[in-house]
Design a protein around this ligand. Structure first.
Ligand code: GLY
Length: 253
């Protein structure tokens, strides 16, 4: 069974980093309830949910995806492009060390896991406000002994690569073409998001199921018409923190 690492919503969530969104109040209790629903959905889809210890002093610590890149053979702890987020790796390291040998990034690398999309043995790295070429280079060096290659992709208009594009199937991507050039993802079939749902390119694939934020029903319907089993989850509170459905878990297969 896949392990899903999660981390509770911190008390300080309303001081989270924001890049493209205006700050709006986040209801801690509501965010926590939605996060628990998300964890329950992961369980229902066959994952064993392991909670990392809370970090109330780290406002973005619920977004565990950004602190580590998990490959089949190793886990690479990242060096976030947001200084306020660099303390998140310690707790994540303690959790992931049971499953993978650890490697680390060092300055001047900057990389958030939200900028990393793995398709087979190709790792696409979004060059964004959070991730630089040196981050991509260090990830490439870590992955090369295991047969991974890294391709850099430009991202503009959104926080992370995976704000714009994620996988719905082995070689099928859901994409907002305004934020990333889908032609970079060679050999992949591209499903564009509904034009009225720019954030819908962030979906989470668990086995044969696609998890999609409930706020994007039209893109979810497109996926259903394509034959995907789509589960909707209400992520409205954490979406105010510029989050999608992938960033609240790290799936260790
Ligand atoms: N609030 C999510 C981030 O900026 O990393």
């Amino acid at each position: 069974m896949p392990i899903a690492l999660t981390r509770p919503v911190p008390r300080s969530i309303d001081r989270c980093e924001l890049t493209h969104l205006a700050r709006a109040p986040i209801d801690f209790d509501r965010a926590t309830a939605q996060h628990e629903d998300y964890e329950n959905m992961l369980r229902a889809l066959g994952c064993v949910v392991e909670r990392i210890e809370p970090a109330d002093d780290l406002p973005d610590s619920v977004f565990v995806e950004d602190a580590v890149v998990v490959l089949d053979e190793i886990a690479v702890l990242t060096r976030s492009g947001a200084r306020s987020r660099r303390g998140e790796t310690a707790g994540v390291e303690r959790a992931i060390a049971r499953y993978r040998a650890i490697q680390r990034m060092s300055a001047p690398a900057r990389l958030d896991g939200g900028d990393v999309l793995r398709i087979g043995r190709t790792i696409y790295v979004g060059i964004s406000g959070r991730t630089n070429e040196e981050g991509a280079r260090q990830l490439a060096a870590a992955g090369a002994p295991f047969g991974y290659t890294v391709e850099c992709v430009g991202v503009s208009g959104c926080l992370h690569l995976k704000s714009a594009i994620t996988t719905a199937g082995e070689a099928v991507v859901v994409c907002n073409p305004e934020w990333v050039d889908a032609r970079s993802f060679r050999g992949c079939e591209v499903i564009p998001v509904d034009r009225g749902e720019p954030f819908a390119g962030n979906v989470l694939r668990i086995g044969a199921t696609i998890v999609c934020a409930a706020a994007y029903p039209r893109t979810a319907d497109v996926l259903r018409r394509r034959g995907y089993d789509v589960h909707l989850v209400d992520a409205s509170e954490l979406s105010k923190a510029e989050a999608g459905v992938t960033c609240c878990s790290v799936i260790v297969a």
